[in-house]
Each structure stands twice: as C-alpha cells, then as structure tokens.
Ligand binder design. Structure first.
Ligand code: 5GP
Length: 176
C-alpha cells in the first residue's frame, strides 16, 4: 500500500469483479445497439479501460474533458475543455465517470450532449457519493457507494497524484 494512504476502501479485485458485472448488464441493456462510451478525462480512464473489456457489443469510445474541481472542494461552475471528436447526433451515449459527487459535472455534460443531438445519455460511474449531492441526478450504473470522504486511486487524484493506484483509498490527513 502507498505510504500516503490511510486505508483501502475498495480493492483492485473488487473493482475488476464489479466492472465485469456492470459490463454484462450494459451488454444486456444495449443489445442490438452500438453505444458510444464517453469517458470524462482524466479520472475515468482506468475504470473505462476495465469496464469496456466486458461490454460485448460493437462500441466506439471517445473522451471529453471538463473542469469543475480544485483541490478537495467542488466548485460551482463546470467548463468544457475538450469536446467529442465527432458529432453526437443520434448516438446512444454512455458517459463514464470516476465519481458522482455534487452531480454538477454530470448535469452540465448530459445537457450538453442532448443539445448536440444525442438520442440517449446514460451514466456509469465507478463511485457514487450520494451524501454530497446538490443536483438531483443519479448514475444509471454504479460500481460502489462511498462515504463522504475524499478518496483517491483508480483514476481519482489529489492534485494530479495517485491516479495510478490500483485500488480506491483514503489519504492520510498530513498529505493535504
Ligand atoms: P461533481 O461535479 O459531481 O461534484 O464532481 C465530480 C468530479 O469531482 C469527479 O469527476 C472527480 O474528478 C471530482 N471528485 C469528487 N469527489 C472526489 C473525491 O472524493 N476524490 C477525488 N479525487 N475527486 C473527487
């Protein structure tokens, strides 16, 4: 375990098993369709890589970059820094998130994708922190519900560090 981590909340094995389950469920729900998986950079990258291996459909993938977060506190406005590479017109989009916290990011991105002509937009998130929600929004597929603690690892960072940890954990206080 990394020296800065106080405790591991979700192990690599648990994440891989859950990703497999979610991949199977998405494959069933989207049977006959060709969804576009859209990862939100950078936090979704490890989860998206794990999840997509278990989706047995002809998918395509793309990425968007939105900024809404500074240090450990979510800030109000969300900016789109990188748009999709192609038009979203008629697409069944599955947004891939690392964590749904206040829900502000998701709301902005979902509205944006519908404005661009997406047929449907659903959300799969590795983590959900429902206690922090300020916007009434829910991911359609959730890996794990986590308590109201700042977590890092498996894509989630603190000042760009710890994204590469293979588990989700809580940082020691003296690392902030
Ligand atoms: P929201 O718009 O839902 O408040 O924020 C979503 C984004 O905030 C996530 O994609 C993630 O980048 C960041 N975030 C929210 N909670 C945490 C957390 O506990 N740890 C880390 N590392 N990032 C978080």
């Amino acid at each position: 375990m990394h020296a800065d981590i106080k405790k591991i909340l979700i192990s690599e094995k648990e994440i891989c098993e859950r990703s497999k389950e979610l991949g199977r469920k998405i494959s069933e729900d989207y049977r006959g369709k060709k969804p576009l998986l859209v990862g939100l950079l950078k936090g979704s990258v490890p989860f998206m890589a794990e999840l997509m291996k278990h989706i047995e459909l002809d998918i395509e993938i793309d990425f968007m970059d939105v900024s809404s977060y500074d240090g450990t506190e979510s800030v109000g406005d969300v900016r789109i820094d990188k748009d999709l590479s192609n038009s979203a017109r008629g697409d069944d989009i599955i947004l891939v998130e690392d964590i749904v916290d206040t829900g502000r990011t998701l709301q902005v991105v979902i509205d944006f994708l519908y404005q661009k002509g997406a047929s449907s937009v659903k959300v799969v998130s590795l983590l959900d922190k429902p206690d922090r929600r300020v916007v009434d929004i829910k991911a359609d597929y959730v890996g794990f519900v986590v308590p109201n603690e700042f977590v890092v690892g498996f894509g989630l960072d603190y000042n760009q560090k710890y994204r590469n940890l293979p588990y989700v954990g809580v940082l020691k206080e003296d690392c902030y």
